[in-house]
Design a binder for this molecule. Structure first.
Ligand SMILES: CC(C)(COP(=O)(O)OP(=O)(O)OC[C@H]1O[C@@H](n2cnc3c(N)ncnc32)[C@H](O)[C@@H]1OP(=O)(O)O)[C@@H](O)C(=O)NCCC(=O)NCCS
Length: 170
């Protein structure tokens, strides 16, 4: 398959990407959904193997934060990543693509790369909380609505939906 945007490079997130990641967040979410810089940085440090950015000529233009978690557990908005002793689920907490990079297949590349990373970790499921009318987007990746901890979902705006899908593992 032809890479739709080969000039957009994926790589592991670094601490010095923080300002650029926060700029993408600011462009993609309303004020009530902005997560604090300290929380965002702590997530990268807690789960560095599952924090990805994509860059173009102008710098970081997209990111995806994930971490090994448990099926049915949602991360509250603004909450820390807490790694369980025996994870079974790749939890995709935040995917955002800057307006300048939309519609070029970048989110697909990030999500598919992360699914591969989760499968390599031996995680049997993937999960997330869909916000901002993204249900159809996630259904396109095989996610379906599932039951989750209601208290965690209450931190999100109305319409937030917990979704899961199987991950192929060896
Ligand atoms: C949702 C988002 C990540 C999509 O990014 P993108 O780079 O434009 O997506 P892609 O170009 O990789 O598209 C991948 C597929 O999803 C589809 N798609 C994109 N946005 C969609 C949407 N809002 N609803 C349904 N399908 C969508 C595309 O048509 C494409 O389908 P295809 O691969 O079968 O052709 C982006 O709009 C975004 O950052 N939104 C703001 C942050 C946000 O709400 N994130 C989701 C939080 S749960």
């Amino acid at each position: 398959m032809t890479d739709p945007a080969p000039s957009l490079q994926l790589r592991a997130m670094r601490d010095d990407d923080l300002d650029a990641v926060l700029a993408v967040q600011a462009a993609c979410y309303p004020p009530a959904m902005q997560e604090a810089a300290a929380v965002v940085l702590a997530r990268r440090r807690t789960a560095p193997a599952t924090a990805l950015v994509a860059g173009d000529g102008a710098g970081v233009c997209a990111y995806l934060f994930a971490y090994p978690s448990l099926r049915g557990k949602a991360t509250p908005l603004g909450g820390a990543f807490v790694l369980p002793d025996v994870p079974d689920t790749l939890y995709l907490h935040d995917l955002a693509v800057a307006p300048r990079a939309l519609g070029q297949g970048l989110a697909r590349r990030l999500v598919e790369h992360m699914h591969g990373a989760g499968a390599a970790l031996g995680l049997a499921h993937a999960a997330l909380v869909s916000v901002q009318d993204s249900r159809g987007f996630w259904e396109g990746f095989g996610y379906a609505a599932a039951h989750a901890d209601a208290a965690a979902l209450a931190s999100y705006p109305a319409g937030a939906l917990y979704m899961t899908r199987p991950l192929m593992t060896k």
